[in-house]
Design a binder for this molecule. Structure first.
Ligand code: G6P
Length: 610
């Protein structure tokens, strides 16, 4: 949600800022801008639209005379529509200070009123602009103090960069709630919302924590708290390389990420499966498993696709370990004063580790004494840092806004957690060994599904003519139906709903006619026969049925209009397979409809506002 890049060094800043913005474009893409220093003044260009629109307008601008320093931003609008003026950076009245901001200033209206009374003139409708004017008000020659005093007045979340014309060899960064990571290189330093904008320059990074600020120049980085205490930060290594954030020959990041899943699931399980003992060993949970097993309840909290993974986690943990599990939308959980105690374990699932609602749910649960664990993909992210312990997904950077490989890795890791807990409770050694074997076979089975592109492409062609779709599944595949529908609606803009298949007769059945595609998950598991009956109910009403079935299943094929065949696996692990054709179906439908699959309209990858 909004991407930020800053550079200070010896090279030309503009190309570095623009390529950094392109790497962050998935975070927001309705407008973009840069600010640099030229002839002793702040110079800026801002444009509504994508980064390529900003680039085009920069072609007509002067290219020389700039100092090797600058800040840049790609926006996902919250306050004020996407437009040139609402794009960041924002400035003070004298245009001596430029600010880029990710987050929301909740009390901006009140601050703005006060500043207007003092005679400040505002150019935009954004909440962010108040920051530049506040800093101007407090600027008595000490920029650090001016930023600190300004941020003391602010309620809400921020990751900001500040560039001032009178300190042209330095940028300032500060955060509360919105991530910032500083990249350290020789004779130059960078800062960005995430490491993907830094990795082509350096892998050495410092993660800024909440209520910290940094003064960054070409030679070094000085970190202090907003209360002005010095902080010494450890330098860490980015866990991914440049090749992992490039498209690698695929047309879209989403397709690349779908095809990476055999490897990414393998990476999520690597070193964590003990075949002989039929167990899973999760280093990050060492020392906590007893407490989790003895929990009265496990509450899984998350948003979006991660919430769908959480629902599968519920089925997995309850089935294999017999511990009661509840799954909560983080946005609801945080505000309903949840009843929690030391006897509860909360698992927060978040690909980015920065989702504002999930982070707030983590804080709420911690405050109430629960054991809080994190399941994140981004190493060093806020959720990872604020939880007592956790497990990293190791799925590598996910760039496509619609989550794919993070989802299957979340499910893989939840399977390992369920296995680890199950072996401490009711699962026998033999059952554990069988599950380990089955888990190890998942990557190859996904490869087999990925080989069916032509079949899925043919179905996608038919889907492009539809305006609605229903996704139905039962048991472990009910959350997959939700996830399949989410994938379809978010990238192809076809209205799609997921339902438990048996619930269809309590409402959605009224929608069924020959124009309604109904996508069933009908693999051989204990609810298979029941799903076949649900298919017949749809067929009897003229619906068009696509069924995801196990290879060679003639019964299902007879009932459905179209089938997609996938290999068999055990019921608890089937979501990692059944979701793959649904990801591909959504992807190809969206591409055929001419939609921008990597950056669907109105969405952002990392939602750092509530
Ligand atoms: C956004 C993304 C989704 C994602 C959700 C939760 O809405 O577009 O793909 O599932 O946020 O994100 P998280 O990083 O917490 O998993």
């Amino acid at each position: 949600m909004c991407g930020i890049v800053g550079y200070v060094g010896e090279r030309q800043a503009l190309p570095i800022l623009i390529s950094g913005l392109k790497r962050l474009e998935y975070r927001g893409y309705d407008s973009a801008g840069v600010a640099m220093i030229r002839d002793g003044a702040v110079w800026s260009e801002k444009k509504k639209g994508r980064i390529c629109d900003l680039e085009r307008s920069l072609e007509t601008q002067p290219s020389d005379g700039f100092l090797p320093v600058g800040i840049a931003h790609t926006r996902w609008a919250t306050h004020g529509a996407p437009s040139d003026v609402n794009a960041h950076p924002h400035f003070d009245c004298k245009r001596g200070i430029a600010v880029v901001h990710n987050g929301i200033i909740e009390n901006y209206a009140e601050i703005r009123r006060g500043l207007l009374e003092k005679g400040h003139v505002f150019a935009s409708e954004t909440d962010s602009e108040v920051l530049a004017h506040l800093i101007e008000t407090f600027d008595e020659g000490d920029m650090v103090a001016a930023i600190q005093r300004s941020l003391h007045l602010v309620r809400g979340t921020f990751g900001i960069l500040v560039l001032a014309s009178r300190e042209p060899d330095r940028i300032y960064a500060a955060r509360r709630g919105s991530p910032l990571v500083i990249g350290l290189a020789d004779d130059e330093n960078l800062v960005a919302s995430d490491g993907s904008a830094l990795v082509e320059h350096t892998k050495k990074v410092i993660y800024l924590s909440d209520d910290e600020m940094a003064a960054i120049d070409r030679r070094g980085v000085h970190v202090r708290t907003l209360q002005d205490s010095r902080v010494s930060k450890s330098v860490q290594e980015l866990s991914f390389g440049l090749e992992q954030i490039q498209k690698g020959g695929y047309d879209h990041f989403m397709l690349k990420e779908i095809f990476e899943q055999p490897e990414t699931i393998g990476d999520s399980m690597r070193g964590r499966l003990l075949s002989d003992e039929g167990r899973a060993k999760l280093g990050g949970l060492e020392g906590y498993l007893e407490r989790i097993r003895n929990s009265e309840r496990i509450i899984i909290t998350a948003c979006g696709t991660s919430w769908h993974a959480g629902l599968i986690g519920e089925y997995l943990i309850e089935k294999l370990a017999h511990i009661p599990v509840e799954v909560e939308y983080a946005s609801e959980f945080r505000y309903r004063d949840p009843i929690l105690s030391r006897n509860d374990t909360v698992i927060a699932i978040s690909q980015s580790g920065e989702t504002a609602d999930t982070l707030a749910a983590v804080r709420e649960a911690r405050q109430k004494g629960a054991l809080v664990l994190g399941l994140c993909n981004v190493v060093g992210s806020s959720v990872a840092r604020e939880t007592a312990a956790g497990v990293y997904l190791h799925a590598g950077p996910e760039i496509g806004v619609a989550s794919t490989k993070a989802f299957t890795s979340q499910v893989a890791v939840l399977s390992l957690i369920a296995l680890a807990l199950g072996r401490m409770t009711s699962l026998s050694n033999d059952e554990g060994r069988l599950m380990v074997q089955e888990l190890m076979s998942i990557p190859d089975k996904i490869r087999a599904i990925l080989g069916q592109t032509d079949r899925i492409l043919a179905l996608a062609r038919k889907m492009t003519k539809k305006r609605n779709a229903l996704y139905l599944g039962r048991g472990f595949n009910y959350p997959v139906a939700l996830e399949g529908a989410l994938k379809m609606k978010e990238i192809s803009y076809i209205h799609a709903e997921g339902y438990p298949a048996a619930e269809m007769k309590h409402g959605p059945i009224a929608l069924i006619d020959e124009d309604m595609p109904v996508i069933f998950l009908a693999v051989k598991d204990p609810v298979y026969e029941k799903v076949l009956s649900n298919i017949q109910e749809v067929k009897a009403r003229g619906g068009w049925v696509i069924a995801v079935v196990n290879s060679g299943d003639r019964d299902a094929a007879r009932n459905a209009d179209e089938v997609i065949e996938i290999p068999e696996t055990s019921q608890p692990l089937s979501p990692m397979l059944t979701v793959i054709p649904l990801q591909l179906l959504a992807y190809h439908t969206a591409v055929l409809k001419g939609c921008d699959v990597d950056q669907p309209r109105n969405l952002a990858k990392s939602v750092t506002v509530e």
